[in-house]
Design a protein around this ligand. Structure first.
Ligand code: PMP
Length: 283
C-alpha cells in the first residue's frame, strides 16, 4: 500500500526513518486511527482535535492545520485501493543526533501516515459477541493522551489474546476505566452506563458518538464512575472503538455476561451507529 512520510507518498515497504527518531527511542509521539467509509473520513475534525490535544500535552507543535491534515488524508485514501480504510497517523518529535531524554532544541517532527482496509467486526462476531478478560490497569496517569508509547496496552491486549479472548477490560482501584484499545459501556436495569472522561481513559471518538446517539434516541444512559462489581453483574457489556464500532462482550473471565448473548440495547446501539454512519457518509 501507499504511505505518507514527511511530505512524500511512497510504497509502505520503501519508507525509512532514522533509528535516532524519538518515536523509536522513547515512544515520544502522538497518533490517531481514523475510520474511512466510502473514502470519506468519519469524524475527522474530532480526530484532528484530539491529536492537537495530545500534541499540546507533549509540547510538540502540530506540524499541520486541520485543512492540511484533511488534504494529506484525502490524497492517501485516494492512492489506496479500498473503499473503507483505517488511516493511521503519527507525529513523533523527530530524530535527534544524540539520545537525550530532554527535548532537543532543534528537531523536525516525523509525520507518518499509512492506511489499510477497514475491517469492522464480521457478522459472526456481531451475532455471538466476543470474550473478554479483566486485569488491573497498570498504565500511567495520562491515559487521556493518545501517545505511541503503547507497551502497557500491548501487554494488556496480549493478556486477552493469550487466553483466546478479544479484549482486556481494565479496573483501577475497584473502578472500570476502559479496555486495552477500546472504551467500555455496560447496561444495568435498562440503563446504559459508562465512566466519565478523565486522565484515566482515552476520550474515544466512538464513545462520544454512542453517547450522542443515546441522547438523540432517548436511550436511558448515565455517565458516572462504575464499580468493578457492577461490570461483573452487568446485563450487557460493549466495547467501542473506531474499528470495532459497537461490539458486545458476552463473556468476562469465562463467565457469561447476562444470558451470554448480545443484548437488546447493544444490538440497538449497533444499528443506530450503522444508520448514523451511513447518513453522515451520504450527506
Ligand atoms: N481507549 C483506548 C486505550 C484505545 O486505544 C482506543 C482506540 N484507539 C479507544 C479507547 C477508542 O477510541 P476511538 O473510539 O476514538 O477509536
Amino acid at each position: 500500500s501507499t504511505c505518507y512520510l514527511d511530505g512524500r507518498y511512497l510504497p509502505l515497504d520503501q519508507a525509512r526513518i532514522s533509528p535516532m527518531d524519538r518515536g523509536f527511542l522513547f515512544g515520544d509521539g502522538a497518533y490517531e486511527v481514523i475510520p474511512v467509509y466510502s473514502r470519506r473520513p468519519f469524524r475527522l475534525e474530532e480526530h484532528i482535535a484530539r491529536l492537537g490535544n495530545t500534541l499540546a500535552a507533549l509540547q510538540l507543535p502540530d506540524p499541520h492545520n486541520a485543512g492540511e491534515w484533511a488534504v494529506i488524508i484525502r490524497e492517501l485514501v485516494a492512492t489506496n485501493d479500498w473503499e473503507d480504510q483505517s488511516v493511521y497517523l503519527q507525529v513523533t518529535r523527530g530524530a535527534d543526533t544524540k539520545r537525550n531524554h530532554a527535548f532537543p532544541a532543534q528537531v523536525t517532527p516525523t509525520v507518518f501516515l499509512m492506511s489499510d482496509a477497514l475491517l469492522t467486526p464480521p457478522a459472526d462476531q456481531l451475532a455471538s459477541g466476543v470474550a473478554a478478560v479483566s486485569a488491573a490497569d497498570f498504565r500511567w496517569l495520562r491515559c487521556d493522551l493518545k501517545t505511541v508509547a503503547l507497551l502497557a496496552n500491548c501487554l494488556l491486549r496480549q493478556h486477552a489474546v493469550a487466553q483466546g479472548c478479544a479484549e482486556t477490560i481494565l479496573f483501577r482501584d475497584g473502578f472500570l476505566t476502559e479496555g486495552s484499545a477500546s472504551n467500555i459501556f455496560i447496561v444495568r436495569d435498562g440503563v446504559v452506563l459508562t465512566p466519565p472522561k478523565s486522565h484515566l481513559m482515552l476520550p474515544g471518538i466512538t464513545y462520544d458518538v454512542v453517547l450522542e446517539l443515546a441522547a438523540r434516541h432517548d436511550v436511558a444512559h448515565e455517565v458516572r464512575e462504575i464499580l468493578e462489581d457492577e461490570v461483573r453483574g452487568a446485563d450487557e457489556i460493549w466495547m467501542t472503538s473506531s474499528t470495532k464500532e459497537v461490539l458486545a462482550v458476552t463473556t468476562l473471565d469465562g463467565r457469561p455476561v447476562g444470558d451470554g448473548r448480545p443484548g437488546p440495547l447493544g444490538r440497538r446501539m449497533h444499528a443506530l451507529y450503522q444508520d448514523f454512519k451511513n447518513t453522515v457518509m451520504r450527506s
